[in-house]
Write a protein that binds this ligand. Structure first.
Ligand code: HAM
Length: 430
């Protein structure tokens, strides 16, 4: 028989990594509560058109990366490559525009993209994301960016850089794109293969090219900042002013354009300082998407949000040697000797667990010595021991495993069976 492995670009998250996942999820939830965001869960797959319309036809995601399939009923479906489109679809479908605005939502979900494999870039990965729908006020932009930075800070991450830009809206961006195309036209023959496609399909993405030959062209290209109309420029100025009021440091990055089509005005990305140029190290990104609801056939609804890659965040935490609290050890290990004592040991363990005491029960026919070894390895504070003698006397023997081997305190003491629960109070873990 062939042996199986996890599919390329996917990974198992083993128990030893779970403390990090729990910590990140917990932090995401704590911060949601602080800022008044509520959780939403949308389906893992949507109609393919939801992503084609929103993320956009000329984007890498839609062109090359979607896990799309026809189901047995002939419907065209796609495993979600990102979370925003589904959230906006749900907002429209359930009439959340009837609620007080903005509607503030967050999610923690796996995403799927058929990407070229490299470190930090996976085909199934997990994001947490926040979306605020129904409000144009730049204060929401500043708040949601500040919220993202707050999450990193609470996780203990250091040396991150926040890049922001405004990419204009449907009024001023076309003028900028026209200028960009005019600038690139005479350079066309000298562009890399991907950029030739971008030139016709999605000129804004020309600024995102990573090929060395195209870098000088990017540097000389017109800057969107010079093409913003008055409203977009005022919006961006206010976002910056409020970020400063929040004490959130940022860098204005005129080349930041984002890889999804639904954005307008504010766009931002967060990355580790030393990797400022490597796209696969971006640990969180987002922006405003005021036209997205309309693209999905809904009423005009402003929105802004971000998503952050949890694998990348955890890898960075581990690189920066940030600890995550381990899963608590059991408080009690119940050992027994002899067939007679076995039901009593099972009864005692069940009783402790019902009372909320984390308990590990010895299994099999092991010697007392072997059981004590296991008790030590389990990290339990107390070993409780039941043998024939204890059974007869209505007692349980206790060893305090917190004391080292040979120490007086480790010596066995006897307590009444009825007093066990009072003895092993849950506050006493090792
Ligand atoms: P995105 O830039 O495509 O935006 O992804 C957001 C984050 O997800 C990235 O910064 C990165 O941390 C993580 N990520 C993306 N692709 C991968 C991958 N293949 N492997 C590991 N991590 C990855 C969005 O998804 C938008 N929906 C964000 C948004 C929400 N905009 C507005 N609201």
């Amino acid at each position: 028989m062939a042996s199986y492995k996890a599919v390329a670009g996917t990974q198992d998250i083993l128990p030893e990594d779970q403390p990090y996942w729990r910590l990140v999820e917990q932090t995401v939830e704590d911060v949601a509560r602080l800022y008044g965001y509520q959780r939403i869960v949308t389906p893992t797959f949507e109609e393919t058109a939801v992503f084609q319309r929103s993320v956009g036809e000329g984007t890498d995601i839609v062109e090359k990366e979607m896990y799309s399939f026809e189901d047995r009923g002939g419907d065209h479906l796609t495993l979600r490559p990102e979370g925003t489109a589904g959230v906006v679809r749900a907002y429209l479908e359930h009439g959340l525009f009837m609620k007080p605005q903005p509607v503030k939502l967050y999610y923690i979900e796996p995403m799927f993209r058929y990407e070229r494999q490299q470190r930090g870039r996976y085909r199934e990965f997990n994001q947490f994301g926040y979306e605020a729908l129904g409000e144009t006020d730049p204060a929401v932009d500043a708040e949601i960016i500040g919220l993202l930075m707050q999450i990193y800070a609470r996780l203990g991450l250091r040396d991150l850089e926040l890049h922001i830009n405004s990419i204009g809206d449907k009024v001023c961006r076309p003028r900028y794109i026209a200028a960009l195309v005019d600038y690139y036209r005479p350079l066309y023959d000298d562009l890399c293969q991907d950029c030739k496609v971008r030139f016709t399909k999605n000129p804004l993405r020309l600024l995102d090219c990573k090929q060395t030959q195209d870098q000088p062209k990017i540097e000389g290209a017109p800057k969107i900042m010079d093409y913003l109309d008055e409203d977009c420029a005022a919006h961006f100025a206010e976002v910056r002013r409020l970020l400063e009021a929040e004490d959130v440091p940022y860098v204005v990055d005129p080349l930041l354009v984002r890889g999804l089509d639904y954005y307008s005005r504010t766009a931002f990305e967060v990355m580790p300082l030393e990797f400022a140029k490597r796209r696969q190290s971006v640990v969180g990104a987002g922006g405003r998407y005021d036209g997205l609801a309309e693209l999905l056939g809904g009423r005009p609804t402003p929105g802004i949000g971000f998503a952050a890659g949890m694998e990348r965040i955890i890898e960075l935490m581990q690189e920066q040697k940030i600890p995550a609290p381990a899963w608590p050890h059991p408080l009690v290990y119940v050992a027994y000797v002899g067939a007679e004592a076995r039901p009593e040991a099972v009864r005692l363990a069940a009783e402790l667990r019902r009372a909320g005491v984390a308990t590990t029960l010895a299994l099999g026919d092991r010697s007392l010595r072997a059981q004590m070894k296991q008790a030590d390895a389990s990290g339990a504070r107390y070993a409780l021991l039941i043998g024939e003698g204890e059974l007869e006397r209505g007692e349980v023997s206790v060893r305090d495993l917190a004391a080292p081997e040979g120490d007086e305190r480790r010596k066995q003491v006897s307590i009444k069976r009825a007093e066990v629960l009072a003895f092993v109070h849950p506050g006493a873990s090792r």
